[in-house]
Design a protein around this ligand. Structure first.
Ligand code: SF4
Length: 114
């Protein structure tokens, strides 16, 4: 029998990561895993676990994210490794001195004075 037929089918469309991982593990014991995965890729399954892989919007993803904002540990793992120093941040508006029209010297005046 196929695991998705002998277990709760909701596991294959679960929101919680632990349940999704359980479905993936059950798929790995399935005799139809390779064909199931191939078919799901061809159909671009919009969601769920197929052939031991998680599909989101028709593509295989490494792992399903839960709803809501990602945890800080997930954000850090997803961030690209810093290989080069990042450019200096632009100054905040408060750090930039205000320039008034009265303090601007016209270009003609500067050349005439020199
Ligand atoms: S590989 Fe496909 S057929 Fe087999 S348990 Fe997983 S979803 Fe079901």
């Amino acid at each position: 029998m196929l695991p998705c037929r002998t277990n709760d089918p909701e596991l294959w469309f679960a929101e919680h990561t632990a349940q999704v991982e359980q479905a993936k593990a059950l798929c790995r014991t399935c005799p139809l895993q390779a064909g199931c995965l191939e078919g799901a890729i061809e159909r671009a399954e919009p969601w769920g676990v197929w052939g031991g892989e998680v599909f989101v919007d028709g593509a295989v993803v490494a792992r399903k994210r839960g709803r809501g904002r990602p945890r800080k540990t997930e954000q850090a793992a997803a961030a690209p490794a810093a290989t080069a120093p990042s450019p200096a941040p632009s100054p905040s508006p408060a750090a930039v001195p205000a320039v008034s029209a009265a303090s601007v010297v016209p270009a003609e005046s500067r050349t005439a004075a020199a």
